[in-house]
Write a protein of this length. Structure first.
Length: 460
């Protein structure tokens, strides 16, 4: 694999060279600390321009694969334990339509509402927001507002089961820590949350991906896993949050809850988008409240900067969950909770959800018009769509070529729980860009999807 043979690079050559280095590092052929050849030397050996090698090294440095040292050269960096991020790191100097980052659509209204609330708090701030170290005293009023919002999401929860958190990631971590112990088996859909694999690994838990169909996790796959060995918890995103955009119907949710009851499995239900989706089925927590950790928040459906979420714990596990939250985060940030409380009370949160629902409905309609013939999976008001790739397209090549033509999308491999069962495709996020940029980006992706990989660069 390394060094590549002359003439083996595909167009664009710099992308192909960069991918070859990445593959060689992954395969162990290039170990951390290895010095890469000088630009001119490698260009001569491969029969390419010095500019091609320079661009490849720049791309590798941007991705964190190599580090450059002035006067010494470029070196392979040590591998980190970080999960592979599905989004691209895009700075302001790049003219890229970013469809890789999962984010809601935003407007000037969002900024104005946020600024107005901060101004309001500055003139009328409750003392506990600034002075209290005690979660119960600081967040007691906030929890009452949260309970009403949770009911809007379909979850009836007593206040002592609700734990305010700094967003859904914090809630997800606490739920896993409370539901399972090191060595326990956690199962999920075969294409799942991109941080779940790293998180369970850090907590010493085993993770297994299970087969899915058009409604998500198959009950028979869950039952089979439970019969083979003890399953401690199942992590699910039933409202289409997963990369494949699969939504569970009510009967499927009942069937999953029944299997979990039969085998004493704890359910962790991520509903991070909250009430964003129209025509929602009742949450899993309504079918098996005694064993379900339910988590949601305002980050994805209202405002990314409003890092506030809530974890609803089963009654018998609420004390343990609260303890684990205390030792990991102590409490949700009081200022974020105060902003959320005001938005929940005065209707701002509901208004922004309605706005978001309409915006994403329109964007999904555009995506279906442009990408529909390519077999995409989509939901009525979701933040992304899934585009399966036909042979002979390779995922990394498609992502790289899309980026080369100014569009960033997320490769499906970042979401694969088990590489042997991965779905080849890309996740395309609909929220971050303005409408015109989104349409232009989708059209570029559509043209790529019908092109042959060897000829795709000629389509532009």
């Amino acid at each position: 694999m390394w060094p590549p043979a002359p003439g083996s690079l595909k167009r664009p050559a710099y992308r192909s060279l960069a991918q070859t280095v990445i593959d060689a590092v992954s395969a162990g052929e290039l170990s951390p600390g290895t010095k890469l050849p000088p630009h001119r030397t490698l260009a001569y050996e491969l029969g390419v321009s010095v500019q091609t090698v320079s661009r490849a090294y720049e791309e590798l440095a941007r991705l964190g694969v190599v580090s450059g040292e002035v006067g010494r050269g470029s070196f392979v960096r040590a591998a980190s334990g970080d999960p592979r991020t599905p989004w691209h790191r895009i700075d302001g100097s790049e003219h890229v339509i970013d469809l890789s980052m999962l984010s809601p659509s935003l407007s000037k209204t969002h900024a104005r509402r946020f600024a107005a609330t901060l101004t309001e708090i500055a003139g009328d701030m409750p003392d506990p927001v600034a002075f209290s170290f005690r979660p119960t005293a600081t967040l007691q009023t906030h929890i009452r507002h949260a309970v009403r919002w949770l009911a809007h999401c379909g979850v009836d929860a007593e206040p002592d089961r609700v734990i305010p958190t700094n967003g859904n990631t914090s809630a997800m971590t606490v739920a896993l820590m409370a539901a399972a112990a090191p060595g326990d088996l956690v199962v999920t859909e075969e294409m799942g949350h991109h941080t779940l694999k790293a998180l369970t690994g850090s907590l010493g838990m085993r993770l297994m991906g299970l087969a899915v169909d058009g409604e998500g996790l198959r009950p028979d796959a869950l039952e089979r896993a439970c019969r083979i060995g003890p399953v401690k918890a199942v992590f699910l995103m039933p409202e289409g949050l997963g990369p494949l955009a699969l939504r569970m119907g009510e009967e499927r949710r009942r069937a999953i809850a029944a299997v979990c009851r039969r085998f004493d499995v704890t359910i962790i239900e991520s509903d991070a988008w909250g009430p964003l989706q129209a025509d929602r089925a009742p949450p899993l927590a309504s079918f098996a409240p005694e064993r379900t950790f339910y988590l949601t928040g305002l980050t994805k459906c209202c405002l990314p900067g409003l890092r506030i979420g809530w974890l609803v714990a089963p009654e018998r596990m609420a004390t343990g969950a609260r303890t684990r939250h205390l030792v990991t985060s102590w409490m949700a940030t009081a200022l974020m909770a105060e902003i959320a409380s005001r938005w929940l009370a005065d209707g701002t949160a509901s208004e922004l959800v309605r706005w978001q629902r309409a915006a994403m409905g329109a964007r999904n309609h555009v995506a279906r018009q442009i990408l529909g013939p390519h077999g995409i999976s989509t939901t009525p008001n979701g933040l992304h769509v899934w585009l399966p790739l036909r042979a002979p397209w390779q995922e990394d090549a498609f992502v790289a070529l899309a980026r080369h033509h100014g569009v960033a999308v997320a490769g499906g491999s970042a979401f694969a729980i088990d590489e042997t069962t991965r779905h080849r495709g890309v996740r395309i996020c609909l929220g971050p860009s303005d409408s015109k940029s989104l349409e232009r980006g989708l059209q570029i992706v559509a043209r790529l999807a019908i092109s042959e990989p060897e000829l795709a660069h000629l389509a532009y």
